[in-house]
Design a protein around this ligand. Sequence first.
Ligand code: GLA
Length: 373
Amino acid sequence: MVLSVAAGLSSCVITPDKMEQAPIDPKRAEAFAAKDSNGHAIQLYTLRNKNGMTVELSNYGATIVSINVPDKNGKVENVTLGYDDHAGLASGTSYFGCVVGRYGNRIAKGTFNIDGVEYHAPLNNGLNTLHGGINSIDKQVWKARVMNDAIAFSITIPDDQNGYPGNLKLKVVYSLREDNSLAIDYTASTDKSTVINVTNHAYFNLSGDPSRKNLDHELMINADRFTPVDSTLIPTGELRPVKGTPFDFTIAKAIGKDIEADDEQLKFGGGYDHNFVLNTNSKNVPAVVVKEKSSGRMMEVFTTEPGVQFYTGNFLNGVEKGRGVAYQHRTGFCLETQHFPDSPNQPAFPTTLLKPGETFKSQTIYKFGLIAE
Ligand code: GLA
């Protein structure tokens, strides 16, 4: 169900049958309420289910502001890194919880070719373009539609914005289910051939304590191969077996077990910052399973996407702040379900081309639960 409160306004949308549930914190709603320079309203939306799980969302960047999940003692805590107010979202540089696109992850030299025409996106990551370039959809106000147990955010990215061709209509629907899963459904269409790669960039720390390192989370990634990168984190094109490398998470191990291994790929990433080639795209077989023993929480990730960027928060350095802490190195990790980085320049990778008349669809589910005793 959805509760929506716009701070400073008397209006408030609460479905009548759920009025008995605790109202959302008006101070929190006020902290995340704002207007952009064009006067578009920005506000906080809260999804909640019967188990006490809540998900806060902002229509700024179609962002997950928090995910609050019970631990083994029933204590509900936020399992994501996040900010305390809209100013944090607006000035943040680490992509906490937002949707990145139209091309998430990297494009080498920001350059790609469609039908013989070369396109250039702005470079914002050394020699490359990252997450669509500057002021991309993560820093824009999306339209919001409140549904019974879901919120739909939509945006049209204009033709040529950041150099990408085509007016791209993009919709992202967040649904909170009674089995404690958060489903994210992406749909897109274009009026000119373009490239698309969209994902959510939430940082997780299942302990509920954002000052704790992520290194003792136990991780399983259902991937026999990954895409090794050059020193600028652009894939070389190889699909390399994980077997015998620090990238083997096919059998669960602690994130920190091999993170300091003497390995060129880990040096390039400053830790894990790599795309894994998933063995599964099934709704029934998890692509990723993470367990955090002290809280008893676990999370399973299901996706229709062919890859997942596993990023261990290597660039966090105490500059970003929220939840009473300055987020330190490797306190959160991301599981960005996606197509492979730099696919527009890698003909052997699954295509990211979207043509007029086609509909892009993608689904990722983050399902929370407790570790079986
Ligand atoms: C992605 C990239 C990382 C980093 C983060 C944002 O995960 O792969 O290298 O840029 O986004 O800080």
